[in-house]
Design a protein around this ligand. Structure first.
Ligand code: ZN
Length: 121
């Protein structure tokens, strides 16, 4: 049995490159739509990432009241690579908490995602 390490991209505090992390991926396209609260009230923001412009494993939440909110988009890709999946879609919920005075509640923002991956032959 070989040891399988769970790479988070923060090993030794250094970011790994996309290719180091997922060497079997030829192309990737990920569309993420964040829904919920933003600086200017409720809204929706869509972002598209590729293997050349990947923001890192974690995407920050834009809810101004949210503390430490982020979603693990790198985990989705790692999971797909482990199963050689080419298409995946779903929704991630923000892991942060809204804090306003003494009031705390789970952040309502959600991140819909759709990922297409092409693997190297
Ligand atoms: Zn949040």
């Amino acid at each position: 049995m070989t040891e399988t390490k769970k790479t988070t991209g923060r090993v030794f505090g250094r970011p790994t490159t996309f290719e180091d992390k997922w060497p079997t991926i030829e192309n990737l396209k990920m569309r993420v739509t964040e829904k919920g609260y933003k600086e200017k009230g409720q809204g929706e923001q869509e972002r598209v990432f590729t293997e050349k412009e990947f923001p890192g494993d974690f995407l920050k939440c834009h809810n101004p009241l949210c503390k430490d909110g982020e979603v693990d988009i790198g985990g989705i890709v790692s999971d797909m690579v482990a199963k050689t999946e080419e298409h995946k879609e779903g929704t991630l919920h923000c892991s942060g908490q809204e804090i306003s005075g003494t009031y705390r509640s789970t952040c309502p923002n959600s991140f819909g995602y759709e990922v297409e991956v092409k693997y190297k032959k």
